[in-house]
Write a protein that binds this ligand. Structure first.
Ligand code: C2E
Ligand code: CA
Ligand code: CA
Length: 757
């Protein structure tokens, strides 16, 4: 927008105002310059304000209410211009200069004022609700009542007394009073409401202009004896000079909208209190002077007191609501609107601390693979999934049970006065409710959740009950997820999930508390060592050796799996290189390293693998990356990572194969080299579906052209049966348990793994 043009408009308006003031001063006492020269600046002063206001009205950058307001203002200026023309004709058109205005002039001026009031009135108040509108209304009424009493006391009553209350002046006084009150009301409304459409400075200028215009009517009587002078000669250019300045302010709001347009939501305005104070002062003064309209002032004071009390009660009620809202926010989760951890802890402590002895159960629900949904589909999908899950959980419980979100993808249900059988039913219902696909952010997702239940009774320690539920939940996760487990004494995983474990694990990675064991993978016919699987262990300073099922899930949840996995991979490569150096062709042909989905999804995974291979001089084909089916499914588009790995020359194996529904279709899409038949198929009896799985999977692997390893071989008969089916490689306690690198070296030197034929 042409800032220069605006600056010129401001300058022009100010010059015209100065001219008119100068001409007025020069003619004070007697007419020294021709009268048309004193009226000319007033008439000219219309043009620039109209143009400036129209500029805002036309600028599309402003909001509709803003443009509407400035349109009204341009119209006001046009009407004021008409008024001043008519006024000039009244003044100098006759045989002698005159100050009296024709009815047409008065009407035109009146219209200008009305249009301005109307424009101000139509500005949105910014009041957000009925309560706030009521408060603004009460504040405005307070000021109006006070203003009415003042106008009555100082203007209307003296005027009426001087004219003897005759009908004509009564009507005129009444009309003036009403107009003045309307003006006050509009000003108050604009001042109290959080207007945000017209620049604050601009509004203040208009307020000043309105007040100046009103006062000039009073001042007219000082020049009653100089008929060649008229106040509009100077007031109109002065008031209109404000408009281009205000327009400039309005355009500045486009550059810095925050400061200039800030919605000032003032819950407490001083205006009503000033009004009450003023009336109190008037009342005291009237008592002291013995004024005869004491009753009116006293009544006004009473009414004002009532209004202020009403307003305070409203504000108080609003504050109470606000406090309730704050309380809700402090105890509820913003995303799902479920109670949060704090409220859950409070309720659990309350229930367990109750006097009537009764059973209490806690069900901990943790989504499987939620992180992967979040990482691959985005937070929008993740959030939608959490909301959907919370709704389903809430639908699955009994009325009165508390469903809370502990944080992340962890939920908890408090089952008060429930017997274990019923708790089991609730868990089944929740699993069933979650089994339906969820439509989250345009993706149809299969929610998998692991539920752990701990049964307790009043008097139990709340933290302990939660801890047991946590252990049961991890047991459910370890079962493959998408199911529930109830805590039984001795259930493993006592350390898993405790918050401290994450911190300790971080320390373990940098502090060298991790080490690898290697489990031989052998050929079934000769029992030759064909490869090893690296399995991580944690030598915990106080707990002894911690198995991976207890800390890998924690590492996955916390993201620590990424540095941990890097350490494992590099250590395995280092070890294989050392064996190759020591044993040459007798060294294990390949080392298998387990990789979790979260690691694959992390940026730079392929580069990290390539660097590890290069740093230790391990040929890529001697590394196999094992990834579980469920992680591979959840990978979705991140499955290209597997392609990248294979492009390096690294082999990819699908771990725990057969435990997921979608295995067969998955195989066609996933770039893998090898399957590891899950141990559950090896160890079960020959009857039923499980009995036929090893044969079916082997046939499948042959069709698709994949290598296959049978896991979890514990007995000779199992090895024999697999061998008879056509399996060539296997792994299991029957051949060897995971062992130290030295143990593997011993096997190589002995020429065959322990337990092999
Ligand atoms: P997995 O990949 O299925 O590893 C095989 C697990 O089965 C090992 O348990 C191994 O000791 C056990 N196993 C081997 N033979 C037999 C047998 O004949 N019978 C039975 N019952 N079990 C047998 P481990 O070492 O406790 O590892 C458990 C899981 O922890 C692994 O399952 C793997 O998913 C995870 N894991 C281990 N190390 C790592 C690692 O470095 N990174 C990642 N991401 N996960 C790892
Ligand atoms: Ca494995
Ligand atoms: Ca496995």
């Amino acid at each position: 927008m042409a800032g220069k043009r605006l600056d010129r408009a401001v300058l022009g308006s100010v010059l015209l105002a100065v001219w008119s003031a100068g001409a007025f001063a020069v003619n004070w006492g007697e007419a020294r310059i021709p009268l048309w020269l004193t009226w000319l600046p007033a008439v000219l002063s219309i043009v620039l304000p109209v143009l400036a206001a129209a500029q805002v009205a036309r600028a599309r950058a402003f909001a509709a209410p803003t443009r509407r307001f400035w349109r009204g203002l341009a119209l006001t200026a046009v009407l004021a211009g008409l008024g001043i023309l008519l006024n000039a004709r009244d003044a100098i058109g006759g045989p002698v200069p005159s100050q009296s205005l024709s009815p047409l002039t008065v009407t035109t001026y009146g219209c200008a004022v009305l249009v301005l009031l109307w424009s101000l009135w139509r500005l949105p108040t910014g009041a957000s609700g009925p309560e706030e509108r009521l408060r603004v209304g009460l504040d405005a009424s307070t000021v109006i009542v006070a203003a009415a009493v003042f106008i009555w006391h100082y203007q209307t009553r003296p005027l009426l007394e001087s004219t003897g209350y005759e009908a004509g002046s009564l009507a005129a006084a009444g009309l003036t009073l009403v107009l003045e009150l309307v003006t006050v009301f509009v000003i108050v409304k604009v001042a109290l409401s959080g207007h945000s459409f017209v620049a604050k400075g601009a509004l203040r200028l208009f307020g000043g202009g309105l007040v100046a215009g009103a006062l000039s009517g009073v001042a007219q009587r000082f020049i009653i004896d100089q008929p060649h002078l008229s106040l509009p000669q100077i007031t109109v250019p002065l008031v209109l000079a404000v408009v281009p300045i205000a327009v400039r302010r309005q355009f500045r709001t486009l550059a810095a909208p925050d400061t200039a347009l800030a919605v000032s939501r003032r819950p407490f305005s001083v205006l009503p209190y000033l009004a009450v104070g003023a009336i109190d002062a008037l009342l005291l003064g009237s008592i002291a002077n013995g004024a005869d309209d004491l009753a009116v002032t006293a009544m006004a004071a009473v009414v004002l007191t009532g209004l202020v009390v009403w307003r305070q009660v409203t504000a108080f009620r609003e504050n109470t609501d606000l406090l309730e809202q704050l309380d809700f926010n402090a105890t509820h989760d913003a995303l799902t609107r479920l109670p949060n951890r704090a409220l859950f802890n409070e309720r659990l402590a309350g229930v367990l601390g109750g006097s009537a002895v009764r059973p209490v159960s806690v069900a901990l629900v943790d989504l499987d693979d939620f992180k992967i949904v979040n990482d691959t589909l985005g937070h929008g999908a993740g959030d939608a999934l959490l909301v959907a899950v919370s709704a389903r959980l809430a639908a699955g419980v009994r009325p009165g049970d508390l469903v809370a979100r502990l944080g992340g993808d962890e939920f908890v249900v408090l089952l008060d006065a429930i017997d274990p059988a019923e708790a089991e039913l609730v868990a089944q219902r929740m699993v069933a409710a979650l089994a339906e696909p969820v439509l989250a952010d345009g993706h149809e997702l299969l929610v998998r959740a692991s539920i752990g239940i701990a049964d307790g009774r009043t008097g139990d320690e709340p933290g302990e009950l939660l801890r047991l539920a946590d252990i049961a939940m991890y047991a459910a996760k370890h079962d493959g997820g998408s199911g529930y487990r109830r805590y039984v004494p001795g259930m493993s995983g006592a350390v898993a999930g405790s918050a401290a474990l994450g911190a300790q694990l971080r320390q373990a990675i940098v502090g060298g508390e991790l080490f690898l064991e290697y489990q031989p993978i052998v050929t079934l016919d000769e029992g030759r060592l064909s490869g090893v699987e690296a399995l991580v262990r944690w030598e915990h300073p106080t707990r002894g050796t911690v198995p991976p099922i207890e800390f890998i899930p924690v590492a996955e949840r916390t993201g620590l799996i990424v540095p941990l996995g890097e350490w494992v991979l590099r250590e395995a490569c280092r070890q294989l290189a050392a064996w190759i150096t020591d044993f040459g062709p007798d060294a294990p042909r390949v080392v298998h390293v387990n990789v979790s989905g979260r690691q694959l999804a992390a940026a730079g995974f392929t580069d990290m693998v390539a660097a590890a291979l290069a740093d230790f001089g391990v040929p890529p084909h001697r590394l196999t990356v094992e990834i579980t089916e469920s992680a591979a499914i959840a990978l979705g588009p991140a499955a290209v990572r597997l392609e990248e790995l294979r492009a390096l020359g690294v082999r990819v194996a699908l771990d725990d194969f057969g435990t997921d529904q979608s295995s067969l279709t998955l195989l066609q899409d996933l770039p893998v080299d090898e399957l590891k038949l899950d141990r559950s198929f090896v160890q079960r009896d020959e009857t039923g579906r499980r009995g036929t799985m090893p044969a079916a999977v082997l046939a499948l692997a042959r069709i698709v052209g994949l290598d296959i390893v049978a896991e979890g071989v514990e007995q000779q008969e199992q090895a024999d049966r697999l061998s008879a089916l056509g399996y060539r490689t296997a792994q299991g306690y029957h051949f060897a348990r995971p062992m130290s690198p030295g143990g593997i070296a011993g096997l190589i030197e002995a020429g065959a793994p322990a337990g092999a034929r």
